[in-house]
Design a protein around this ligand. Structure first.
Ligand SMILES: *Cc1c(COP(=O)(O)O)cnc(C)c1O
Length: 385
């Protein structure tokens, strides 16, 4: 079964393999098949995914509430930790309310189809995350794709389109390129284009890689100094910088009430166990009380990207801890990735169809030591194609 399909993938060098870890991750190390690597592949930007306080919070939640949740939130699956986390997220994001979703993927495919329906139009950046693309596919709205971060192109499309509601959807930090959406310009579009009918526009941002990373951890809006508005919906995840699991959406009371009553991935799916919620609460506490983590992350980001540029690598427009090194062929990209593996450096080759231009995608975290980054740069400086 599926032999032909698999053969096609093999012949194009597109077969992927799962590599499972044998131990917890800490100090930016990963052990695979008994070998230890410096890990540049994790989204654990603040080094929280094996933090003792967070681990403790999971154990405490199990002791108090048990492991399983047993039902959806609308039945009896939630606990007081769930509502506490939603209150804390709303405070953190300075919105009226918030709602937990089981994952970022589920949030996007559940929310986008109901904020943009029949008669509406979605305007989506061409490099948006796959979960946004799938959310758009599930929507009955008309879909228009604008060129990556291209405000001119977007405003052209917006002006031409006649729709009840126009929903602009974008990643804040693009997950394969590490560049940042021009949120200030997107924000200003509303005044320039929609001044006569401001209620017809919505901005939906996916802050999966911005939460805990940008704007003192508060995310992309805060980074741009934009205050949350009733027409902005912020989605984010606990699974990246916060080292936990699950996702949230933050916005006005009205939006959140609507989502609670309409988002199918919320209504028809079992609530996250509280042992995944306690850790997210603890992670929020940690990043609010310890600014040194985020500071360390950005010092490391600077050290790595400057080093890569000095060596002449093409880091595209990266301006975050996601730093791609673009390589012009899949084969060369796999060669470099294997070379790094032989030198005990773990960084994945990302290939089509995930991206157009093959690349090694380095992610740097607060857990890396200066020596780790320098080792990577040394190994790269000795690479011969
Ligand atoms: C990781 C990611 C998601 C999915 O989040 P999960 O909680 O892992 O399902 C959604 N959007 C973006 C931009 C992401 O990077």
């Amino acid at each position: 079964m599926f032999r032909n399909e698999l053969e096609k993938l093999y012949s194009r060098n597109l077969i992927r393999n799962i590599k499972d870890r044998e131990e917890g991750q800490s100090a930016a190390r990963i052990i695979i098949d008994g070998n230890e690597y410096i890990n540049f592949s994790s989204n654990d930007y603040l080094g929280l995914c094996n933090n003792p306080y967070i681990n403790r919070a999971a154990k405490n939640a199990i002791d108090k509430y048990g492991f399983g949740s047993g039902a959806s939130r609308l039945l009896s699956g939630g606990t007081s930790l769930h509502s506490e986390l939603e209150r804390e997220i709303a405070l953190f994001k300075e919105t009226e309310d918030a709602l937990i979703f089981n994952s970022g993927y589920i949030a996007n495919i559940s929310i986008i189809p109901i904020i943009a329906g029949q008669g509406d139009a979605i305007f989506s950046d061409e490099l948006n995350h796959a979960s946004i693309i799938d959310g758009c596919r599930l929507s009955k709205a008309k879909k228009l794709i604008y060129r990556h971060r291209d405000i001119e192109h977007l405003s052209e499309l917006l002006k031409k389109e006649d729709a009840k509601r126009k929903v602009i959807v974008t990643d804040t930090v693009f997950s394969m390129d590490g560049d940042i959406a021009p949120l200030r310009d997107l924000y200003n579009l509303r005044d320039s284009i929609f001044s006569s009918s401001p209620d017809s526009v919505l901005l939906y941002i996916d802050d999966a890689h911005g939460t805990g990373v940008l704007g003192d951890g508060k995310g992309a809006l805060s980074y741009f100094g934009i205050k949350p508005e009733s027409w902005i919906i912020q989605m984010g995840t606990f699974s990246k910088a916060l080292g936990s699991y699950g996702a949230f959406v933050a916005g006005s009371k009205e939006v959140i009430e609507y989502l609670k009553n309409s988002a199918r991935g919320f209504i028809f799916s079992t609530a996250l166990p509280s042992c995944l919620i306690g850790p997210s609460l603890e992670a929020l506490n940690i990043i609010r009380n310890d600014p040194t983590l985020i500071k360390r992350l950005w010092l490391n980001q600077e050290r790595l990207i400057n080093g890569l540029k000095r060596l002449g690598f093409n880091t595209s427009n990266s301006e975050t801890p996601i730093i791609p090194v673009l390589i012009d062929s899949i084969e060369k990209c796999l060669n470099l990735s294997n070379y790094l593996l032989r030198h005990r450096i773990y960084a994945p080759a990302i290939r089509p169809p995930t991206v157009q231009i093959p690349r090694i995608r380095f992610t740097v975290t607060a857990n890396h030591k200066e020596e780790d980054i320098d080792s990577l740069l040394n190994v790269l400086s000795e690479y011969k194609e």
